[in-house]
Design a binder for this molecule. Structure first.
Ligand code: ZN
Length: 249
């Protein structure tokens, strides 16, 4: 069967002599793999289509399993995401977390739109860390693990100050937090942003200024939530962490 789908390259790996297998997150057909013959050859007209983060229209044959690219058209090459070190680290993280949490053929139109908007936001100069946190919230949501941030997970009160408890999947009031030694204290600013992220569509992200200490806090909280709720080892993380160390010192 011949498919024509909009998709984003979330993984690209070499295969055999001069070929590549790309993993696409598509708008209409979920996540799938497509073989791009000759993609490694310099003169290949498909070479740029097979690059990570490329957003394009892909036409391929597929019966079951792997498809074979027939032709395609680049809609956004997102070359900045491959050229700029910090952006490429974040883009790789977004792509990897998508690849690892979605099953083959699992529908993901919501994630497709969010990933597309997330990559675009980074190209447009929006804070890549903030974009990542928004996307992590969408991933948690897609996996059915949106954190409960308005009411205490233990007793349903709305009386804070709350602590974030990744293990309970949300916030805990002071009384309930006594039973969770790992519950994390939150500054007011970080808590506010966490709630904002939990319901915000990336397409609506404007420019927001977040203080470095709040960003550090957010990073720690989101990391815990992702580790406890999703718990998948991610290669792209070590790159992000190294970069962070470098920029904070
Ligand atoms: Zn409580």
């Amino acid at each position: 069967m011949l498919y024509r789908v909009e998709g984003i390259v979330i993984r690209s790996m070499d295969y055999g002599e001069g070929n590549k297998i790309i993993t696409l997150l598509t708008k209409t057909n979920g996540k799938l793999g497509v073989m791009v013959r000759g993609a490694k050859k310099v003169k290949s007209r498909h070479a740029s289509l097979a690059q990570p983060f490329t957003y394009g229209e892909f036409v391929f044959f597929r019966n079951k399993g792997l498809g074979t690219l027939n032709h395609g058209e680049i809609l956004e090459s997102h070359h900045l995401l491959r050229e700029q070190l910090d952006l490429s680290a974040y883009a790789a993280y977004l792509a990897e977390v998508t690849d690892k949490t979605l099953q083959e053929d699992e529908s993901g139109e919501l994630l497709f739109e969010q990933l597309k908007a997330g990559l675009m936001a980074m190209v447009e100069g929006k804070d890549p860390q903030i974009v990542s946190h928004l996307y992590e919230m969408r991933i948690l949501e897609a996996a059915g693990y949106s954190p409960e941030l308005e009411f205490c997970v233990g007793c349903s009160t709305d009386q804070g100050p709350f602590r974030l408890s990744p293990h309970s999947g949300g916030v805990l009031c002071p009384r309930c937090a006594r039973n969770d030694a790992q519950a994390m204290a939150m500054s007011e600013g970080a808590y506010k942003l966490l709630r904002l992220f939990s319901r915000m569509d990336i397409r609506r992200l404007g420019t927001i200024q977040v203080k470095p200490e709040t960003k550090k806090e957010l990073k720690k909280m989101m990391r815990e939530l992702m580790d406890v709720q999703i718990g998948i080892p991610l290669k792209s993380r070590s790159f992000l962490d190294q970069m962070d160390k470098y920029s904070f010192e």
